[in-house]
Structures are given as C-alpha cells and as structure tokens.
Design a binder for this molecule. Structure first.
Ligand code: SF4
Length: 500
C-alpha cells in the first residue's frame, strides 16, 4: 500500500478540503503518513492570503522535487521501499498542489508540482490516480500526463471525507465568496459563492451525530449567504452568480452590488440541523457583518445545540478604512449588531478579526478601531498586520504604514486592549458551572514546573480551561463533555475542577 502526506496551510476550509482529498486517496488504496520522506504522494494545500504563504509553498515544492528515494529514504526500511516501488514506479514522490491558488501563480507553481488543480476540481484527482496506477501496472513508468475531462468533475463537496478526528469535525456548507474585500484573494482563487445542497448537509450531519461526534462546525467563506441567489449547485465551467460588479470612482475599486437582504435560507438550514436529536455542539463560521441580521440572532438565542459563540470579523473600527476595505458596513452598524447579540444572548462569547496598518490607516483611524474594540470587549481578537496580496484591489494602494508601525499597533491591541478585555470577561466566569469538551491531556513529563499534569477542555465560547484531576478521581476522556466549576481566570484562559 502506498502512502500519502498532506501539507496543509491556511484556514479551516483547507483543513476540511484536505479531508475530502484524503477520502479519495484512501479509496485508491493509499494510507496517510506523518513523515513526508516516506510518502509516495505529497498533496499540498496552498493559501493565498499572504504573499509569504505562496513563497513558502514554492519553497516546499522545490524541496520535494529534490527528494530522491535513493538518498532521502536511507532511513526508510527495505520493506517499505520495495512495497512503495511496487505501487508507483517512480524515483521521487508525486507532488500535487491544490487549495487557494491565484491564476497568476499557477504557471510558476506548475513547474514545481506534478499536478496542480483547483479545489473545486478535486474529483479529477481520482481520475489522475486511476491513470497513474494503470500506467504503472502496464509500463512501470511514472505518469506525467493524464486524460481527464474536467466537465465530469463537479461538486467536490459530495466526496466522502476521511475525518481527522473522531469527536470534532468540519462540515462545509458553501464555498467561494462574492464579497470582494479589497485585501482578499479568495474570490479570485475559490471563485464565486456556491452552496451545497441542503439534503447532502443534513445527511452528513445526521451521520456524524449517529457516530457520536460532539462538535460539528458548519464551514464556508461566508456562511451567512448560504443559499442566496439559488446557487445550489457546484459547476466548474459556468459562473453561477447573479452578483454584479461596479466601479468605484474614488478608489478605483470594483465594488459588489450585493442583493442580500435576508438570510432565511441559512437560518432555515440551521434550524433543520438544530432539530436533529443528540448530545452535541454545533458551530458555524465565517460570518460577515453585512449579512448578520436579527433573524439569525433571534434563532441563535432560542437554539438547542448551537454554541453561545459568534465570530464576527470587524477588520477595522474606522469608516473610511472599512470603505476602502469594501466591507459594506460602518462601525456604527457593527456595534448595533453587537448590542443586539448581547441583549438577546447575554452569555455569548464574541470574537473578531482585525487588520492593522491597512494602506492609508492614520493614527486617528487606528484609535477609532481601539475605541470600538474597547466598547465591545471581545473574548478574542485575531490581529494581523496588513500585507499586500498581488491581484487584489488593495495591492494597488500604497502600502504606506511602515513595518515597525504595524508591529506597534498590533502589540498595542494585544497588550492594552485584548489582554484586558479577555481577563475582564474571564473573571465573570469564576465560580460558574460550565460544560467543556475535553480535547487535550498534558502529561506531567511535558511540564517544566507543574508535576501534576492536567486536561484541557474548551467551553462553548472556545475558551481553554485547564482541569487538574486528583489521581483518586476518574480522569475525563478526550472527546467527551465534562461539567466544570471555574476556579480561576487568566488572560490566556481559565482553570477549573470537575463536578462529579
Ligand atoms: S468575506 Fe472578504 S475576507 Fe472573507 S473570504 Fe470573502 S472576500 Fe475574503
């Protein structure tokens, strides 16, 4: 049996896509390995969010091209070598690239990898592997070309995934994005929004609940616009979006005229999933504030299984910057949504994303972000320093905030805003009883000073809780829920004890 190694960069969508690619590889008789040196096939998942990530993938491609089984497999035992050479008669591993790839990067990347394909064409991989294994059987050569008709490979989300965990899982409900935020390459790499058929999603979630999964996260670039414009089918060669682009004279930007007034389709889907019986948590992301409406908040307040947790990317608290980012909401509108969430779901944890040093961001505009962050008091803020991504509208703007200044702004948000709000929110939980999902055990041997070791669980709000269990008590199981009393709050998380 041949082996495959998955190299995943970027966001959770790539993690979820990798499970579908692994599903295909398993069907063709390959087995996963965590050691790239013993892989017959290496599949890399690219991320185009930053230029740096693309350079990294290129570097990896070069490195893997140089992997020669005669040299690099010295450490691999004889049995493995002969087994592998029976499977694929090649001197090097076959390297494959998919994920988020910009058209302009594809040409360069094709020189580094044996096969490059768009993630929506993942079913093509099955055809490629069939060709490859057939050729090897007949000729004993590595297949460098394949004959697969792209038209036959649609709907990659219907591929059976090979899940990486047996208690926490992603279920993609849509892919692509129509929002064209000026700094983001996703609409160009993944294409326009396409929603997965409701029946397929419900079948997958039902099956996962039956198997005992405890945490199911519905995933997409912009889940709130699930089902908008009746985009229910994935097709490769047609663009199925009713959206229109408009040129903005001020910023020379193509703005999307979005027509989303309601996300009933999304709420309708969540409602059907929520009605499925079982002892599990449900989550969803990523969200976009422009589509996060009252209907959704009202539903979440009443839902049975959806966690009291919302990740709502703000990106900037300044209206001029938000406009340049093409985000389609103002700081005031964002705060109105937060007020409504806090009123309807008081115990809800709220997290966000911020980009510091966007082109033209002045100190005053940065301070507007600080003010809004302080007003909201987030449970977590994921802060990134702006870096231009070629091919996007923002990349044509002058990247005029210095590297040092971006670093200073990020540090300020981390130290002066985030640490304070997290600690204040965590302190409110001390003495309270919460339910956590245990996901890690830290053995005493791995700790410098603490001799006892501990378990780590996450709350509905994705806060880590360290749980110290005395030897005389029954230890909790990884992948199971446990009831905890919070005993201590820190800015990195919480500490607690099990309620027996
Ligand atoms: S909403 Fe904006 S940031 Fe998110 S994927 Fe779409 S274009 Fe990118």
């Amino acid at each position: 049996m041949g082996k495959y190694f998955l190299y995943i960069t970027g966001c959770d969508m790539n993690v979820s896509d990798a499970e579908r690619v692994a599903g295909i590889l398993n069907t063709h008789g390959f087995q996963a390995t965590s050691d790239e040196k013993e892989a017959d096939i290496i599949v890399a998942f690219a991320c185009s969010v930053r230029e740096k990530a693309v350079h990294k993938i290129m570097g990896k491609g070069n490195q893997w091209r140089k992997l020669n089984w005669n040299d690099s497999r010295k450490a691999v035992n004889k049995e493995t070598r002969s087994r592998v050479s029976l499977q694929i008669q090649a001197k090097k591993p076959i390297t494959i690239l998919t994920g988020c790839i910009l058209e302009q990067d594809k040409k360069k990347l094709k020189e580094k990898f044996d096969l490059v394909f768009d993630i929506k064409n993942t079913k093509l991989l099955s055809c490629y592997l069939t060709n490859l294994l057939e050729r090897n059987k007949k000729q004993g050569n590595k297949a460098t070309s394949y004959q697969c008709d792209l038209k036959n490979f649609d709907d990659y989300l219907s591929i059976n995934p090979q899940y990486q965990s047996n208690y926490s899982v992603y279920v993609p409900i849509m892919t692509g994005c129509d929002n064209f935020c000026s700094y983001c390459a996703v609409p160009y790499t993944r294409g326009r929004e396409v929603s997965r058929a409701e029946k397929d999603i419900l079948d997958e979630v039902r099956e996962l609940i039956k198997k005992g999964y405890k945490e199911i996260t519905l995933l997409g670039q912009n889940v709130n616009s699930y089902g908008v414009n009746n985009k229910f089918q994935i097709t490769n060669n047609k663009q199925i979006s009713n959206s229109k682009l408009q040129k903005d004279k001020n910023h020379n930007t193509y703005y999307l005229l979005h027509t989303t007034k309601s996300n009933s389709e999304f709420v309708n889907l969540l409602n059907k999933i929520d009605l499925l019986e079982g002892d599990h948590w449900l989550r969803f992301y990523a969200n976009h504030p422009k589509d996060f409406n009252d209907e959704l908040i009202d539903f979440l307040a009443k839902s049975k299984h959806f966690c009291r947790y919302i990740h709502l990317p703000l990106q900037s608290g300044d209206n001029t910057i938000l406009k340049k980012m093409n985000r389609h909401y103002t700081a005031e509108q964002y705060f109105e949504i937060i007020k409504k969430i806090k009123k309807e779901i008081p115990d809800c944890a709220i997290t966000t994303d911020i980009i510091v040093g966007f082109p033209g961001e002045t100190e005053k505009q940065f301070k507007n972000t600080v003010k809004l962050l302080e007003k909201v008091s987030f449970d977590m803020i994921f802060i990134s320093e702006y870096s231009p991504r070629s091919g996007t509208v923002a990349a044509e703007m002058e990247d005029d905030v210095s590297h040092e200044e971006k670093g200073r702004r990020k540090k300020y948000l981390n130290d002066e805003v985030l640490a304070k709000s997290v600690l204040a929110n965590n302190k409110k939980l001390v003495g309270k009883k919460v339910r956590v999902l245990i996901y890690k055990k830290v053995h005493p041997a791995n700790l410098a000073g603490d001799k006892n070791g501990f378990f780590v669980g996450k709350t509905e709000g994705l806060k880590d809780v360290r749980i110290f269990v005395e030897a005389r008590f029954i230890a909790p199981e990884i992948g199971e829920f446990a009831n905890i009393k919070i005993t201590k709050a820190n800015s990195w998380g919480l500490e607690g004890e099990i309620i027996f």
